[in-house]
Design a protein around this ligand. Structure first.
Ligand code: 5GP
Length: 188
């Protein structure tokens, strides 16, 4: 029988490149990215069911009332939540499941599932984070002030995470996370 996979939470302020890191990690067939539900409107490049499950507020709160979400949080005026449905199936198949979520939700996951591994991705510098935010697509740029304010709150929670990984170079950060995954699997 295949060994179990792990539940891996990736958080970090907007502009840290955690989405790019997650996309690189899922090139490995044993790593899957959970698709969240959100009440945020889709950006031009986003596809329903691929980037998010885009929901109305009613639909989102229906999921919540029916215990379909492992966690949820509000972020810059919108709700985001992790569908619980497939997580254990994937873990039992030996897959590492990535939740790319903000800090409030991440800490809720740790309470519910203490064996989840929490990684905080930190930008190499505030200047670099601002540069990435300004180059992001319009949906992000319109929210820039709110997102910078949120970053300050999120950075204060970094010490509650199991690991902090600095995204100074994509390949280096991805390799560091792969090492953490292997180490965590060996201690299950
Ligand atoms: P964005 O609007 O840039 O796609 O996401 C905003 C924030 O919400 C990011 O920090 C992202 O990681 C977080 N997020 C995405 N999905 C979820 C989720 O299911 N739960 C929680 N708590 N945060 C999420």
């Amino acid at each position: 029988m295949k060994n179990k996979g792990i539940l891996l939470v990736l958080s970090g302020p907007s502009g840290t490149g955690k989405g790019t890191i997650a996309n690189k990690l899922i090139e490995d067939k044993d790593i899957v990215l959970s698709i969240s539900a959100t009440t945020r409107l889709p950006r031009d490049t986003e596809i329903d069911g691929k980037h998010y499950y885009f929901k109305s507020k009613d639909e989102f709160f229906n999921m919540l009332e029916n215990n379909k979400l492992l966690e949820y949080a509000e972020y810059c005026g919108n709700y985001y939540g992790t569908p619980e449905e497939n997580i254990d199936k994937w873990i039992n198949e030996g897959k590492t499941v990535i939740l790319e979520i903000e800090t409030v939700g991440a800490l809720k996951v740790k309470q519910k599932r203490p064996d989840a591994v929490l990684i905080f991705i930190s930008p190499p510098s505030i200047e670099e984070q601002l540069r990435r935010l300004k180059n992001a697509d319009t949906g992000v740029r319109n929210d820039i002030e709110k997102r910078i304010e949120k970053s300050r709150e999120e950075l204060k929670l970094a010490d509650k995470y199991d690991y902090v990984v600095i995204n100074d170079s994509l390949d280096r950060a991805v390799n560091e996370i792969k090492d953490i995954i292997n180490k965590s699997k060996n201690t299950l």
